[in-house]
Design a binder for this molecule. Structure first.
Ligand code: UDP
Ligand code: MG
Length: 319
């Protein structure tokens, strides 16, 4: 039987690009239906992440003109990861496979065919991996690639150069729904689910319109979240660092005592002051890192809903 595919597309203030890329998604779905690879019941699900522009009006209009388009509107802006999760969890009982993709046309839609083929060959998760980052600036490429290495050093299993363009079967979605965390970093969570997975490669293009919602500040926040949500190595490193400093100080004290006994005066107040400043800086930074984790625990314990749906194009009251 041909699988029902749901393409989940998060959008935030995307009025400039939605109509430009919508046709590309519809054509790809039609192409896959014509090639008998997916069911005619396949859909595109736009998730409006609390946009303040005309995004929701456009989604409503598109869904009226195209039977294969549905929309979910979140009650406020919750960020890309939450919007993707909302689309996935709301679709998990209706589709056989889901593909998440951004709405700006940066990710090559033709990779969907390879993803569906990989699913038909037995994979439950298919990661879309960027084969080429030449459209990114040197800074973005360098920081992004270093970040993947850093994540691996921190013990977080991520696929190199894979972001959130991926296929997941409904079996995987059911398991994902059991992950109750509110600090989301999907590209680190999905590999934890397991099952058979593979990668397909695609070229990333420029945005087809509008502008990126990920300035450096947000990118750094996501990067930091990724590490602290999935690894406790930073706390462990602090312990190791603290131990090394304590050991060095102990050796220093012995050295000073021996010097005093031998009658050598201790010189270098300036360097001592520098050391004290450095160590207090390191201590404050360490408390900050631990505080980050406590903040995360605080958010997890409250277990607030990760998204709230205010309306859907199907007109159901899904709350
Ligand atoms: N997005 C979202 N909520 C946000 C920010 C972004 O749903 O708060 C969506 C956005 O509309 C796009 C995708 O997430 O479909 C990726 O965002 P963007 O293209 O701005 O990021 P970049 O590709 O520049 O990293
Ligand atoms: Mg983008």
């Amino acid at each position: 039987m041909k699988p029902i595919l749901y393409v989940i597309i998060p959008c935030y203030n995307e009025e400039e690009v939605l109509e430009v890329t919508c046709g590309i998604f519809i054509d790809e779905i039609k192409d896959l239906v014509n090639k008998n690879k997916i069911s005619e019941e396949s859909h595109i699900i736009y998730v409006d992440d609390g946009s303040k522009d005309k995004t929701w009006d456009i989604i409503t209009r598109l869904s009226k003109c195209n039977g294969c388009i549905n929309g979910i509107r979140l009650s406020r802006n919750r960020g890309h990861q939450n919007a993707v999760l909302a689309g996935l969890l709301e679709s998990k009982d209706e589709c056989d496979i889901s593909i998440t993709i951004d709405c700006d046309g940066q990710d090559d839609v033709h990779a969907m065919e390879d993803m569906v083929d990989a699913y038909n060959d037995g994979a439950d998760i298919v990661y879309g991996v960027r084969s080429d980052r030449s459209t990114d600036t040197f800074f973005k490429r360098f920081t992004a690639e270093s970040y993947y290495h850093l994540l691996n050093i921190m013990g977080v299993e991520v696929i190199f150069n894979h972001a959130d363009y991926r296929l997941m079967s409904s079996k995987v979605l059911q398991e994902l729904s059991k992950f109750k965390e509110v600090n989301l970093f999907l590209r680190g969570m999905v590999p934890l689910i397991g099952y058979k997975s593979t990668s397909v490669y695609y070229e990333r293009h420029e945005r087809m319109g509008g502008k990126s919602h990920y300035p450096l500040r947000k990118m750094l926040m996501l990067a930091f979240d990724g590490i602290t949500s999935l690894s406790i190595k930073p706390i462990r490193l602090i312990s190791v660092f603290g131990f090394l400093i304590a050991l060095l100080s102990f050796i220093g004290i012995i050295w000073i005592v021996i010097g005093t006994i031998n009658g050598n005066t201790i010189q270098g107040w300036a360097s001592s002051t520098c050391l004290i400043c450095m160590v207090s800086g390191v201590q404050m930074m360490s408390i900050g890192v631990i505080g980050e984790y406590i903040g995360k625990i605080y958010l997890e314990v409250k277990a607030r809903p990760r998204y709230i749906i205010s309306e859907t194009t199907e007109g159901e009251n899904r709350r």
